[in-house]
Design a protein around this ligand. Structure first.
Ligand code: ADE
Length: 246
């Protein structure tokens, strides 16, 4: 997947795109990230990229022209364009899966009080938010989006299945996890995880996921139960028991 990022602060991305999973995805050629500094497309002698809003109001607005120049330089007209904005649809697992399906993405990061609306209209940019709070710019939200999208790309995680098995993607919150040692400061790893009976282990995981989801995200549990799953008799028993327990 190729991701073009348009930003006034390209340096911010270095912290994330060269490290860990994303760094490895880039190394393996699964992910290509290209950073474009919007200021490089300013026609102003001071590289100005923002100006006062028409109609008044506080703050500065990013001007259309430098962004149009940057967009044109990467043939954004043929690509899916996302604008990170607190006004956008809030990102969730379904949107991440959809975006992971594009071969190419252009992500526009705003700063200051926003950008000239004509950028959004002309480039048919989808506005995407990472939550109902306002950050100082779209760079951190873009990194959140890129991280979540990348881990769905084939070959990025070690185990091909693990992204979709987890939490939100299976429709339930993930069960608790443990690693060595078996006992730590008097706290034991649940016995069932140590006995090597994978059928029992899977049933325990399902039960834990159901209990956690019921407690923390009852609306997700409701959605999960509405869908048609191919449950075994034992799984169905566990689901019924979990739903009965108060
Ligand atoms: N820019 C500022 N706040 C944002 C948010 N919550 N999501 C996406 N982009 C933003």
């Amino acid at each position: 997947m190729k991701i073009d990022i348009l930003t006034l602060f390209p340096e911010m991305f270095k912290a994330v795109t060269g490290q860990s999973m994303l760094g490895r995805a880039v190394e393996k050629g699964i992910l290509e990230i290209s950073l474009t500094d919007i200021r490089d497309f300013s026609n102003d002698k001071h590289n100005k990229a923002d100006d006062y809003p028409f109609g008044g109001g506080g703050g500065m607005i990013m001007m259309a022209d430098p962004i149009f120049g940057a967009m044109e330089s990467m043939s954004a007209a043929d690509k899916k364009v996302v604008y990170m904005s607190p006004k956008g649809t809030v990102l969730d697992g379904t949107k991440i899966e959809e975006l992971a399906g594009y071969g190419q993405l252009v992500i526009l990061c705003g700063h200051y009080e926003g950008i000239d609306q004509r950028v959004i209209d002309y480039w048919d940019a989808e506005e995407v938010s990472i939550g109902d709070y306002v950050l100082t710019g779209g760079e951190l939200p873009a990194m959140v989006l890129i991280d979540a999208v990348s881990r769905l790309l084939p070959g990025v995680l070690g185990n091909e299945n693990s992204a979709l098995d987890e939490s939100i993607y299976s429709g339930l919150l993930e069960h608790p996890q443990y690693t060595k040692p078996r006992e730590y400061r008097g706290m034991e790893v649940p016995e069932v995880l140590l006995n090597g009976n994978h059928k029992l282990i899977d049933l325990w995981k399902l039960e834990q996921s159901l209990l956690l989801t019921k407690e923390r995200r009852p609306e997700l549990l409701e959605e999960f139960l509405k869908k048609n799953h191919d449950f075994s008799k034992e799984e169905r028993k566990i689901i019924e028991r979990t739903l009965q327990d108060k």
